[in-house]
Design a protein around this ligand. Structure first.
Ligand code: ATP
Length: 380
């Protein structure tokens, strides 16, 4: 007869179970309430959920049960759920967020390792949201930790494009973002009921953005993508105020008129002193059955914007890529599976992944950051 497993063997097994939203071991989060092991190898585990409405309850139950069942000598596992008390939730929040009173924006803190890209366009419909979700999914597929903040309060199509209608879980003032295709996602759409158009004024937008940046538990992100509303609106200024180090990615079509408005959207960086990371031209051409390219929306817009921004800002603004038209991009937006995942080797999928690669090599690290070292001293 096999000997009964020890409680510590079970605990070790449970340390490999992560909370699906917080992405840390449940043993570290104080989520294991009790482990009882009988002489026969029957194991009874009680797990604390952060909140009773936790959308992940059955997922947690299953992964705890599976992990415990794997331990040698275990005959039978039962998993019960309990809910944290207010005190326990406060403890958890302190553990995750530190003990500071008012929530701060982690990405605006000195030493933050997260690269923040604000994706902007001059006008709507150029594919800014499609580009954002595909870049996010491609970066996450490369193993980076990625978040998307859908700040396009008017459009907010990102949750559908990433295939999730999950609502965030709230633990005290801390909001845990749903994760889809390994991308953490927060959108105003998650806080409204149904498909009600939202009419928000500048100050409300600013506050919503601030809350999404400060109250959401993003964890240690490598990259945060902000999908901005089209145009040169208040929200771009708000982003600059809230995260001065955010870099701007401009999305345009090849069309001359679109290029001009996109250039204006990018030129806001001059006022806010933000860096423009580059320009992405979308809907660049349609590849016909015979292999020739049809310039549906004209040509050259992306390069024009990049050149003009380079001139007006006085720093090199590269054209990061040209994304062809492909019906699969739209279908993927509707079905919630980005083309970089469903058809990574298609022309559009490849072009999007190449842009993501360019953003990824500049992944979090000290490159380009002030190290706070006074170099003048060495010159004396
Ligand atoms: N390269 C592409 N090929 C085919 N369809 C595309 C491409 N890029 C975007 N689309 C489609 O064009 C439409 C507009 O795209 P999207 O919603 O991403 O634009 P947007 O600039 O974010 O618009 P808004 O800011 O108004 O929400 C969508 O139906 C999308 O699926």
């Amino acid at each position: 007869m096999m000997s009964a497993p020890t409680e510590s063997a079970i605990r070790t097994a449970l340390s490999r179970v992560q909370d699906p939203e917080i992405r840390k071991p449940i043993t570290e989060l104080g989520m294991v309430k009790s482990i009882d092991v009988s002489a026969d190898g029957d194991v009874a585990i009680t797990v604390y959920l952060t909140v009773s409405s936790c959308p992940m309850r059955s997922e947690i139950q299953t992964s705890v049960s599976t992990a415990a069942a794997d331990v040698d000598g275990v005959r039978n596992v039962t998993v019960e759920l309990d809910v944290m008390s207010d005190e326990q939730r406060t403890e958890l929040r302190k553990k995750l967020r530190g003990d500071s009173g008012e929530p701060v924006i982690p990405f605006a803190q000195p030493g933050s390792m997260t690269r923040v890209y604000a994706v902007a366009s001059g006008k709507g419909g150029v594919g800014k949201s499609s580009v954002t979700v595909n870049l996010a999914a491609a970066l996450a597929a490369r193993g980076l930790s990625v978040g998307v903040l859908d700040a396009d309060i008017y459009g907010h199509s990102i949750p559908r494009m990433l295939g999730t209608d999950s609502k965030p879980t709230q633990v005290e003032r801390m909001i845990l973002p749903p994760i889809s295709h390994e991308v953490k996602l927060i959108s105003i759409a998650q806080f409204t009921t149904g498909n009600v158009p939202v009419v928000w004024r500048g100050p409300m937008l600013h506050r919503a953005l601030q809350q999404f940046l400060a109250d959401v538990f993003w964890g240690d992100l490598d990259i945060l993508l902000l999908d901005l509303p089209p145009g040169t609106g208040d929200i771009a200024i708000s982003v600059a105020q809230l995260i001065p180090t955010a870099e701007i990615l401009v999305v345009t079509t090849p069309q001359q008129a679109a290029a001009e408005v996109a250039e204006r959207a990018g030129a806001i960086a001059l006022q806010t002193r933000q860096k423009v990371a580059g320009v992405i031209e979308n809907m660049s051409w349609l590849e016909l059955a015979d292999g020739t390219r049809m310039d549906v929306f004209g040509s050259g817009g992306g390069q024009i914007v990049a050149d003009r921004l380079t001139k007006s800002i006085g720093a090199s603004v590269p054209l990061l890529g040209q994304i062809p038209l492909d019906p699969i991009i739209r279908e993927g937006g509707d079905s919630g599976v980005p083309i970089v995942l469903s058809h990574p080797d298609s022309a559009a999928g490849t072009a999007l992944r190449e842009v993501a690669d360019k953003l990824a090599v500049r992944q979090r690290g000290l490159a380009g950051m002030s190290l706070g070292i006074d170099t003048t001293r060495h010159l004396k």
